[in-house]
Ligand binder design. Structure first.
Ligand SMILES: Cc1ncc(C[n+]2csc(CCOP(=O)(O)OP(=O)(O)O)c2C)c(N)n1
Ligand SMILES: [Mg+2]
Length: 724
């Protein structure tokens, strides 16, 4: 990190720092003037410095957060792909080309997401990417066995990467070049990792004995010329601790511009400390005595140990220059494109009397937005090989697929889906990896912060496979990225596709994740309002309602007439406000015996059940919960406010206007029944949650609904239970 910050980086470069290097990162930020001294003693404390570099929680904002190993490795790769996209669409961003760099722990490369990214065609040819692998051969528990590094280097080479080894320092390289040098090199290279590692904390005669144990005559002759004091610095002279070797390696990578590079920098974990190379050093603490020794070896005492370099010294001058060039500057707010509150129903092809699914409507809305220049230019879509089956086809036909080079279109026009690839395309197609989807949404969703270009990213994914990319989704939200993700189709409603494709827990995941609102409307116009509002929220500050949006959609065509009736009854503006707050009375009754609360594709079943109840003399109100997430969080915030401050909320939670205190409720949801089971307690009502609490299977929608008690007659029975 010393070589990188003080000898290589420019202010336009972006760097991900591996989790365990966060103290070194903060030390650099302190020395270069960005971080206040008071933080230095507050690593890992509340309100202090985070254990691992954090974009959102640390005062000296890192370009990328790290912590969940593997994600930080590839985040700069996705950022470089985003920069390439941005520059093709908006022109160069910086005078000097930016470089995207990851400092990687060697054991991080065990994570599959690393290899999913390395293999993806959308991430090829990025010559401005460099990884520096801290090859200390240690993970948490152990010294990594021998062949691992070589294998990993082979994988990267085969994937077209430029691989550089910074294995030995200049002193050891000089010894290799001298008399008996070949034998010395062979002796070291043939030694197992575990054995070499065991030498790193040794000095003097003990080191000599252990190092030379089975050495041949030539090595023994080489060693006989080296006295005890010089032996350790030579045997332990690895490239990753040699600044000049590293700088050479970085320059070599800079010269390779048509593909990414990786430097394997061989290091010793705990270098220069008594715990160097010890397999258990990760959890080891230095004793007070060892710290005292270290402090005095650095020429410091307890009164000077946190000082910056004295003004006027060359060190202070370098720190000042580096800080002036590299440190963070405050960011202006994001620009806010003029997104309307709704599109015209005709514009999105809604025809009175025709049933439509939310997934179909989503595709139409997006295709319609392609005609609105000020919005369309910032819109970018991505999908892990499910563009067509998630209805992105209409949009893709209009805007084309992004490729950094013009690609021949062998099939040509006149097809249902044109797949025209060019540098102006606005859809980025990924391979199947859902981790890659969320890592790309993360990168696109930080367009303003990392590339001075605010984007409106929209990703689509089969809803069950949100779980496959979940850690990357969490990562994206933790970092404050802004995007829309559309999980579609969702639930058992995609009946014949079978249990492996039927999502049930995603609704709860969406509700529980911070930084994103989950919405699951049943009707096309409600979706239009939610999507327009959601796109607008991508541009707003967090305290002004800014957040990401998760849409859980379906392929089941739904009759729109009940929604049209609600528009007529409530008026467009009032209904839109209610939909955006999380719900509305779809089929009202002023004094119901029971409330049926539903959302998404099973709303028609709730309506039919209400009709059946009415014919039995039971008054039922049907409420559509367009966003249980928003209803929950508004209710929860009002309770928190009351508990903390003894105050009532300024306005009562919206859910109180949908449900009546004490009136029994049946929730009807194509998702785990647990996801809506809380609503009864919001109004003190008896609650019967109906939903999907087992794995599904193939069948017709009616058969599947029947298996999970979601048919109208079954909902009626649930209502009778609720009524006691
Ligand atoms: C996804 C994930 N799994 C497990 C961990 C726990 N963990 C933190 S660091 C680490 C090993 C790190 O080894 P390496 O990347 O080689 O780092 P270094 O040797 O530089 O400390 C593990 C298992 C984690 N942070 N993230
Ligand atoms: Mg390691």
């Amino acid at each position: 990190m010393t070589s990188l910050w003080f000898g290589h980086l420019s202010g336009d470069d972006k760097v991900a720092v591996k989790p365990h290097a966060s103290p070194a990162y903060h030390a650099i930020k302190y020395l270069t003037g960005e971080l206040d001294r008071s933080y230095l003693t507050r690593l890992r404390s509340f309100g202090g410095l985070q254990a691992y570099p954090s974009r959102t929680k640390d005062p000296d904002v890192a370009d990328f957060s790290t912590g969940s190993v593997g994600l930080g490795v590839v985040a700069p790769l996705f950022a470089a792909a985003t920069r390439r996209y941005v520059e093709h669409h908006f022109g160069p961003r910086t005078q000097r080309p930016a470089r995207f760099i990851s400092l990687v722990g060697d054991a991080e490369l065990d994570e599959g997401n690393v290899w999913e990214a390395v293999a993806d065609p959308a991430l090829q040819g990025l010559g401005n990417v460099m990884w520096i692998v801290d090859t200390n051969r240690q993970s948490l528990d152990r010294v990594v066995p021998d062949q691992k590094v070589k294998k990993v280097q082979g994988f990267l080479r085969d994937a077209g990467w430029h691989v550089v080894e910074a294995k030995y320092g200049r002193n050891l390289q000089a010894a290799f070049a001298g008399e008996h040098g070949d034998a010395l090199k062979a002796h070291i290279e043939q030694m197992s990792n575990e054995r070499y590692q065991s030498l790193f904390a040794l000095r003097g005669p003990e080191l000599r004995e252990r190092f030379l144990g089975d050495a041949d005559a030539a090595v023994l002759r080489w060693a006989s010329d080296i006295d005890d004091d010089r032996l350790a610095p030579l045997v332990q002279n690895l490239g990753g601790h040699d600044l000049a070797v590293l700088l050479d390696a970085y320059r070599e990578c800079d010269a390779v511009t048509d593909r990414p590079s990786v430097v394997f920098a061989y290091t010793i974990k705990g270098w220069g400390l008594p715990i160097a190379g010890d397999p258990l050093n990760h959890a080891a603490l230095l004793s007070a005595e060892q710290i005292n020794d270290l402090r005095s070896r650095c020429g410091l005492d307890t009164t000077t140990e946190w000082d910056r370099f004295a003004p006027g010294t060359p060190e202070a001058a370098i720190c000042g220059e580096t800080g002036g060039e590299l440190n963070n500057v405050p960011r202006p707010p994001r620009p806010r494109p003029p997104i309307p509150v709704e599109l015209e129903p005709a514009e999105i092809g809604l025809v009175a009397g025709r049933a439509v699914s939310t997934q179909d409507a989503f595709g139409r809305i997006l295709a319609a937005l392609a005609s609105r220049k000020e919005i369309a230019e910032r819109l970018v879509t991505t999908s892990p090989d499910v563009s067509v089956s998630t209805n992105l086809g209409g949009w893709i036909n209009k805007v084309g697929v992004f490729s950094p080079d013009e690609q021949p279109d062998f099939l040509g026009d006149g097809r249902l889906l044109r797949w025209k690839q060019s540098p102006t395309g606005q859809h980025i197609e990924l391979g199947i990896s859902e981790m890659n989807l969320f890592l790309l949404l993360h990168a696109l969703g930080l367009g303003h912060e990392l590339h001075d270009t605010h984007l409106l990213p929209v990703g689509t994914v089969y809803d069950p496979f949100v779980c496959r990319g979940l850690d990357a989704l969490i990562y994206a939200l933790y970092n404050g990225a802004r995007f829309v993700v559309v999980g579609t189709p969702s639930g058992i409603t995609l009946a014949p596709e079978g249990g492996a494709h039927q999502s049930s827990i995603t609704s709860s995941i969406g509700t529980e994740l911070p930084g994103i609102s989950t919405c699951e409307p049943a009707y096309a116009r409600a979706l239009d309002w939610i999507l327009c509002d959601g796109l607008d929220r991508l541009s707003r500050d967090t305290d002004d309602g800014g957040e990401s949006l998760y849409l859980r959609l379906s392929t089941r065509p739904v009759d729109q007439a009940p929604f049209d009736a609600a528009v007529a009854a409530l008026g467009t503006d009032a209904l839109r406000a209610a939909v955006l707050r999380g719900g509305y009375r779809l089929l009202d009754h002023p004094t119901p015996d029971v409330v049926l609360a539903s959302c998404g594709p099973v709303v028609p079943e709730a309506l039919a059940a209400a009709e059946a109840l009415r014919s039995e003399g039971v008054a039922a109100r049907v409420v559509e919960l367009t966003s249980a997430d928003r209803l929950f969080h508004e209710w929860r915030a009002s309770l928190r406010n009351a508990a903390r401050h003894g105050e009532q909320a300024e306005r009562s939670p919206h859910i109180w206007s949908l449900l009546d205190p004490g009136v029994p409720i049946v929730s009807v949801h194509d998702a785990s029944s647990h996801s809506l089971a809380w609503i009864g307690s919001a109004v003190g009502s008896r609650m019967v949650p109906v939903g999907v609490d087992a794995f599904g299977q193939s069948g017709s929608i009616a058969e599947l609904y029947g298996a999970f008690d979601l048919l109208p007659d079954q909902i009626v029975n649930a209502a009778l239970v609720a009524l006691g």
